[in-house]
Design a protein around this ligand. Structure first.
Ligand SMILES: Nc1ncnc2c1ncn2[C@@H]1O[C@H](COP(=O)(O)OP(=O)(O)OP(=O)(O)O)[C@@H](O)[C@H]1O
Length: 312
């Protein structure tokens, strides 16, 4: 995310969202914020409520309480205007007319998108461009009935990004894709976000999203139990010292340290960047600590998730 995106207004805002089916609470008081340019990955065990939350975000399902805004507009009370900014794949694979070709389906999609308030006109060149981006050029004139599951999945993403949305919401966009297909979706999500779009996607692929998501939300048993800012986690360094508790307390006092903690024998600190490592070493040494090792403290999202879900 760029510095400009960090100060951008919230693209998605969810406040106090609760959803119940009869007497069962599926989502309990969910609050989340996603900014322009941010990739927010939603994860959690099967049945935790991810699809239900995504359906609420896109306006397809109505909350029992709470509200969702996209680009400042309430998706449930001001639906057409809020959805004018939205591209989404809510069902995997997305539904298309099987007797029409990929190009014909996207043309239809473009016409429907142009009918929404402030809907953007999408020309043939853009349709060709997104088909090429999703590596579907070879299939563009074939009927969708002839597409494999993975190809339909990719056509769904092509349709979602067609009109250059400001908010992109994808429910399990990589399910059913081969490793190269998964990588392709990751690259597309990264480049769409880099152009200022806010992205929410649900996924079970933790090790992959750890490489490109900015934020990870863990949903378990109806509640968003954790929101992890991966950028700060990945800027952590560990120092093996003679007294990790006191060293962590010292590091915490330094102006460029966002957070420090002790994990004996290490003092672990979020420094904001590698260039601060010599400064932190100098500060530790000036205070009389003996430092035996300094290294990046790689954040293992999978291990963290396992702990978090087990103790939720
Ligand atoms: N229309 C419905 N009526 C009643 N219960 C529902 C309905 N839709 C979903 N649920 C229940 O809501 C809970 C959450 O389902 P949801 O599909 O949102 O989970 P999920 O996190 O997306 O799961 P998965 O990882 O398996 O896709 C489940 O217990 C499911 O049975």
């Amino acid at each position: 995310m760029t510095a400009a995106a960090v100060s951008a207004p919230n693209a998605i805002e969810v406040r106090g969202l609760t959803k119940a089916f009869r007497d069962q609470t599926i989502l309990d008081d969910i609050n989340m914020t996603v900014r322009a340019g941010e990739v927010y990955a939603l994860t959690g065990p099967n049945g935790a409520g991810k699809t239900t939350l995504i359906r609420c975000l896109t306006g397809l399902a109505f909350p029992t309480r709470g509200r969702v805004s996209l680009m400042g507009r309430n998706v449930h009370t001001d639906g057409p205007r809020a959805r004018a900014f939205l591209g989404a794949v809510v069902e995997a694979p997305a539904r298309f007319y099987p007797q029409l070709t990929g190009t014909q389906n996207l043309t239809l999609h473009a016409r429907l998108a142009a009918m929404t308030p402030s809907g953007r006109r999408v020309g043939r060149d853009r349709i060709r461009e997104v088909l090429a981006l999703l590596e579907l050029t070879r299939m563009e004139d074939r009927r969708v009935a002839e597409y494999s599951l993975g190809q339909r999945q990719r056509l769904g993403v092509a349709a979602a990004i067609l009109a250059d949305p400001k908010v992109l919401i994808l429910d399990e966009p990589t399910s059913g894709l081969d490793p190269l297909g998964i990588n392709l979706i990751h690259r597309i999500v990264t480049s769409v976000a880099a152009s200022g779009c806010a992205v929410v996607l649900s996924t079970h692929h933790l090790r992959e999203i750890a490489t490109y998501a900015h934020t990870v939300g863990i949903l378990t048993a109806s509640r968003l139990v954790d929101t992890i800012d991966l950028r700060t986690r990945q800027a952590a360094y560990r120092f093996r010292v003679d007294d990790s508790h006191r060293a962590a307390a010292l590091l915490q006092q330094l102006p460029y340290v966002q957070r420090a903690s002790s994990r004996a024998p290490y003092a672990v600190a979020e420094l904001g960047g590698e260039e601060r490592v010599p400064d932190a070493l100098a500060a530790l040494s000036a205070s009389g600590f003996r430092v035996y090792e300094a290294a990046p403290d790689h954040f293992d999202l999978y291990e963290y998730y396992r702990e978090r879900v087990a103790h939720a």
